[in-house]
Write a protein that binds this ligand. Structure first.
Ligand code: SRM
Ligand code: SF4
Length: 575
């Protein structure tokens, strides 16, 4: 038996010998230091040594290789074209123009002339060479950004609603999201030592008071939402805070626990699950609630089987009542009954909007979050020019779009001029389907992708748009989401139409998700190609056009018309 040094003060429930190899790795990593620093210096390979790949995730860095040229490299007997993805930690998706300009500079210098906005409101820099990783981290530090805990078994980037119209509420919720993020971030000095070259500083107590030596059993995701827009998809979060507002004043939050999208094909024990609302807390109890909930998952989450380690499985194994009681006992008070609230959509309001403080905001559709200079539209250049003159802030939305936010009325013409000069305003001219679409990155960088996603969804949407146009439904808002594998990075299982990759050119098709993220969809076709997908959608869309009831949503219709059974329990076992 491997003897490992685990801090048992936190991990109360599981015998050491049953821990998964990842637990051993974390426990023996010297609080996430491992041999990462040495691996970065190794010149004979563009990769880092085996176990450091996993540890680097806690630093927001993924080793990947260019899958487009993997076979060719193999034929040439070369190692894969290793590069790294760095994910920025950006609570609530808010950044300043100078931070944008630094990301722009780093994207051009080190990340293949592109930036990628993500479904959790942040940036990824892909294709970074190992030798340039420190330059990226230090460049981010220059503008007070970093990649700490953007991945790994810890609290990931904390999301927050972006609703630009509710200026004061947005500011208050954003401040709470930032506070929760700063609070839950790992405290180890490993990041500063490895990436900034700082000396190790001795700590008086444990380096990680919350996480101990083995951190969380799995990733843990927190988000704050302001009804009626469920833009963050609060039911997909491990811990969701639903703002309860009375007379424009924030009173507190309903707490939702145990959301998660990931599943594996042909593995019935894995499933997407919508979060369960368990009660209400006053707004001054947010940090305590984060701590109490994370501690419960830290102590009871499955540390033997990583495929069963997310909070959703802990809750279903132990029971919601048990988990709620554990949270309450750590909080030292009982949750109040949940308060009423109402969601109407989970999309972004594209275009110009005015905040209650009179400032203006422009939400720009960034198709699948990809910022680049395309043949027809110089998006990367246009946004750089806007950042050079913009005096407000930017907000990355949970739908991979971008808000040029907080524009004083007098500054609007300059922003409009640049949007027009670079043709960016044309991006917002899509159909109701395109404006409500998301795709994950998938090929060529994602090592888990089984099919295309970001590079294919725009083409598929074009074909579905033809069907919609035949039925006069071009402007109908319908959510569509695609992922290259079942992991669910674009939160597909709550979309009205979803496609998850099975093999090159082959997808599972799902229908019946709720328009505001309130209901899971269900698979209607398995492992099929484009012709079958389009045939099926043409049939349902045609029927929808003829027989929908007034204001009936496409996902609701798919259930009422019998194309798919309603998922009532917030989870299902599909395989
Ligand atoms: Fe994700 C793993 C990309 C949001 C569920 N996700 C990955 C990796 C890192 C692949 C890997 O492990 O090697 C992907 C990197 C691809 C690349 O080349 O960039 C990846 N996930 C993304 C992003 C970039 C998708 C996007 O196109 O925007 C999103 C980054 C969010 C961020 O800024 O932090 C992203 N991933 C999500 C979400 C959505 C969310 O959190 O709201 C989910 C579903 C919610 C959930 O967690 O349940 C999600 N990603 C996963 C999973 C499945 C987890 C599970 O419980 O089974 C994996 C695989 C894993 O962890 O084993 C994964
Ligand atoms: Fe990769 Fe799958 Fe996530 Fe898409 S859903 S980014 S293919 S892990």
């Amino acid at each position: 038996m491997t003897v490992i040094n685990v801090d048992r003060s936190h991990d109360i429930s599981q015998p050491l010998e049953k821990l998964s190899p990842d637990e051993t790795l974390k426990a023996n990593s010297d609080q996430l230091r491992g041999t990462i620093a040495a691996g970065l210096e190794a010149e004979l390979t563009a990769a880092v040594p085996g176990t450091d790949i996993k540890l680097m995730k806690f630093h927001g860095v993924y080793q990947q290789d260019d899958r487009d040229i993997r076979d060719e490299r193999r034929r040439q007997k070369l190692e894969p074209a290793y590069r790294f993805m760095a994910r920025v930690r950006l609570p609530g998706g808010v950044l300043s123009p100078s931070q944008w300009l630094k990301l722009d500079e780093l994207g051009r210098a080190y990340a293949g002339d592109t930036l990628r906005l993500t479904t959790r409101q942040t940036f990824q820099l892909h294709r970074v060479h190992k030798k340039n990783l420190r330059a990226v981290m230090q460049g981010l530090r220059d503008v007070l950004l970093d990649t700490r805990a953007a991945c790994g078994d810890d609290s990931r980037g904390v999301m927050a609603s972006i609703n630009p119209q509710l200026s004061a509420l947005h500011a208050e919720i954003y401040a709470l999201a930032k506070k929760a993020s700063d609070h839950a971030i790992p405290k180890t000095g490993a990041y500063r030592e490895i990436w900034y070259g700082e000396e190790r500083v001795a700590t008086k107590g444990p380096e990680e008071p919350l996480y101990g030596k083995t951190y969380m059993p799995r990733k843990f995701k927190i988000g704050f939402v302001i009804p009626p827009i469920n833009d963050i998809d609060v039911y997909a979060q491990d811990l969701g805070f639903i703002a309860i507002v009375e007379g424009k004043k924030l009173k507190g939050f309903n707490i939702a626990i145990g959301g998660g999208m990931g599943r594996t094909d042909n593995a019935p024990k894995t499933y997407p699950r919508l979060a369960t609302v368990i009660g209400f807390i006053p707004k001054d109890k947010v940090i305590e609630t984060c701590d109490a909930t994370m501690e419960v998952q830290r102590d009871y989450g499955d540390r033997a089987d990583r495929s069963h380690a997310r909070f959703k499985y802990t809750i279903d194994d132990k029971g919601v009542n048990f988990i709620k009681a554990e949270i309450e006992s750590r909080l030292g008070f009982s949750l109040q009954p949940a308060k009423p609230y109402n969601f109407t959509s989970n999309g972004d309001a594209i275009g110009w909007q005015k905040g209650e403080d009179g400032r203006e905001h422009f939400t720009l559709l960034i198709e699948n979050g990809r910022v680049s200079n395309f043949a027809d539209i110089k998006l990367f250049d246009g946004l750089r020019e806007i950042a050079r003159v913009h005096k407000g802030m930017f907000r990355v939305t949970p739908n991979q779009n971008l808000i040029i936010a907080d524009i004083e009325a007098g500054d609007r013409p300059a922003i409009e001029g640049l949007l027009n000069e670079y043709g960016l305003d044309r991006l917002n001219a899509g159909s109701g389907l395109r404006l409500n679409a998301m795709a994950c990155v998938a090929l060529p960088t994602c090592g888990l992708a089984m099919a295309e996603s970001e590079r294919y969804l725009p083409t598929l949407i074009g074909k579905i748009e033809t069907i919609l146009a035949e039925h006069g439904l071009t402007d109908e808002p319908i959510t569509i989401r695609m992922t290259g594998c079942p992991n669910g990075c674009a939160r597909p299982y709550i979309a009205e139409i979803a496609l998850t990759g099975r093999a090159p050119g082959k997808y599972n098709l799902y229908l019946g998700g709720g328009f505001h993220g309130q209901r899971l969809n269900k698979m209607v076709l398995e492992n099929v190609g484009e012709p079958a997908i389009l045939d099926h959608l043409a049939m349902v869309i045609g029927h929808f056009a003829k027989e929908r009831q007034p204001d009936e949503r496409f996902g609701d219709f798919a259930i009422r018309a019998g194309y798919v059974a309603e998922v009532k329990e917030g989870r299902y076992f599909n395989d």
